[in-house]
Design a protein around this ligand. Structure first.
Ligand code: AMP
Ligand code: ZN
Length: 439
């Protein structure tokens, strides 16, 4: 199918800046950002340790002189230690619980919220969403940035917003149908659940007017994209972000769905070797490092995201000049080391969905065998069709899934088919791994 380029919208003007002008803008903004950051004790100390002062930052290329910031820095300065604006200028706080320890807190001034709305609006424009669209925001509202982030961007674009938040899936489907919703935002795993529930309710998502999905907050594979697009009859677009930088809207796909454009007039991307911290040239895979270029309340200098990707400098067919990153399939900290082999949950997902008729609902269970070696069991939900089949064909089905996964990860896995709807669903980010191995 050919892709039509959506109509130009003025909010997206920075997406098309000539590179030279973009670099000048980035330089001017970085200089200002570093001066602001220097008023914060942690940044000032770090820069002093490295012998760098704001005066040393004369061009965007000087960014590599600056120290990195890590998640622990946000924890250590909890709650307000990284703020560069007085509290009376801070109009919003968000927090991310992460998996361990104290939450991290992030802050926004009025201007920061304006930038956030703008970048999310630019993301939606890239998909082809317009003010005529009705956008159901099924990301969680609250301290998590997903709900209010998409809400702000869709409102800025002038869409009709349905702020339903996550959960109550039957109601999601009822409203989607009754309100003629044309765009839905949530985690891809939650949308897969919505599709399932609709089927159970006898609703064919393909009959509904919904045509766009804004999916992010967790890694997802091309196979899940194909599944969603096929089952729901929509175009499923990726949106990327993280609380530390602003929330969703750091980057997003355009109509070509070929990598996510980074809104680099506000967020400067670099790729580093996670082991050495060395900056890698564009086109090389490594850890994404992001710096905010306009965030007043809480500047982030060279934040190490742990997300693994590549910066793509090839011009995009859509005409945007801002660079793209490849979809993020893994984080350096969601890597499982199984019998010494590095395995990412997204690889297992790809393996499962390459088999015709396999369900995207799965769980990875790791155990230590009697011989002391790791065992991987992948529980995959059977589809009602699979259960009707003969024992021999069920065995063959399991074998196909096991082989498909082994081909990708190079390890043998045990597949267990479990009853439909028995693997816990998530309304937000999905955790697919149960690690029962003896440490
Ligand atoms: P949080 O700050 O809690 O929203 O989590 C941010 C993290 O979610 C990022 O660092 C990524 O690891 C992940 N994430 C967000 N959006 C995406 C996406 N589109 N694809 C893959 N991972 C994502
Ligand atoms: Zn593009």
């Amino acid at each position: 199918m050919s892709t039509t380029i959506p109509a130009y919208h003025p909010v997206s003007a920075p997406d098309y800046l000539p590179r030279k002008q973009m670099r000048e803008l980035q330089t001017a903004r970085l200089k200002r950002m570093v001066e602001r950051a220097y008023t914060v004790e942690l940044y000032r100390n770090r820069m002093n340790e490295k012998g760098v002062t704001p005066a040393d930052i004369q061009s965007i290329d000087d960014i590599s002189k600056l120290p990195f910031t890590m998640k622990n820095d946000l924890r250590d300065t909890y709650p307000y230690g990284l703020f560069a604006s007085p509290m009376n200028e801070i109009v919003r706080l968000h927090a991310s619980s992460g998996t361990t320890g104290k939450p991290i807190v992030v802050a926004y001034t009025k201007e920061d919220l304006d930038v956030w709305d703008e970048v999310v609006a630019r993301a939606l424009v890239g998909y082809g969403v317009t003010e005529k669209d009705i956008v159901q925001v099924a990301y969680g509202y609250g301290l998590f940035t997903g709900g209010l982030g998409l809400h702000g961007g869709a409102s800025r674009l002038g869409c009709t917003v349905v702020p339903i938040s996550g959960g109550n899936t039957e109601r999601q489907i009822m409203l989607m149908r009754d309100f003629n919703v044309t765009c839905c935002g949530c985690t891809p795993s939650y949308f897969v659940h919505i599709i399932d529930k609709a089927l159970q309710m006898g609703v064919n998502m393909r009959d509904l007017p919904i045509k766009f999905g804004a999916f992010g907050a967790e890694p997802w594979s091309e196979e899940v994209r194909a599944y969603i697009e096929e089952q729901a009859g929509i175009k499923a677009f990726n949106i990327y972000g993280l609380s530390e930088i602003c929330g969703p809207g750091v980057g997003a796909e355009c109509c070509f769905q070929d990598g996510m454009h980074i809104f680099e007039d506000h967020f400067y991307p670099e790729i580093i070797d996670p082991a050495t911290g060395e900056v890698l040239p564009d086109g090389t895979e490594g850890e994404l490092v992001l710096s905010t270029l306009s965030k007043d309340a809480m500047p982030m200098l060279r934040y190490r995201t742990r997300d693994i990707t590549t910066i793509d400098v090839e011009p995009c067919k859509c005409g945007r000049t801002i660079r793209r990153i490849r979809p993020i399939r893994r984080r350096s900290d969601d890597m499982l080391i199984i019998r010494g082999v590095n395995v990412f949950p997204s690889q297992i997902e790809t393996g499962i969905l390459r088999v015709d008729g396999a369900s995207p609902h799965f769980q990875i269970v790791l155990e230590t065998g009697a011989d002391g070696l790791d065992r991987i069991e992948v529980k995959v939900e059977a589809t009602p069709d699979a259960l009707d089949d003969t024992v021999a064909s069920v065995e063959q089905f399991k074998k196909s899934i096991a082989q498909s996964i082994s081909q990708i990860i190079g390890l043998s896995v045990k597949i267990t088919l479990v009853q439909p709807y028995t693997i816990a669903r998530s309304e937000g980010k999905m955790n697919r791994v149960v690690d029962n191995r003896k440490k």
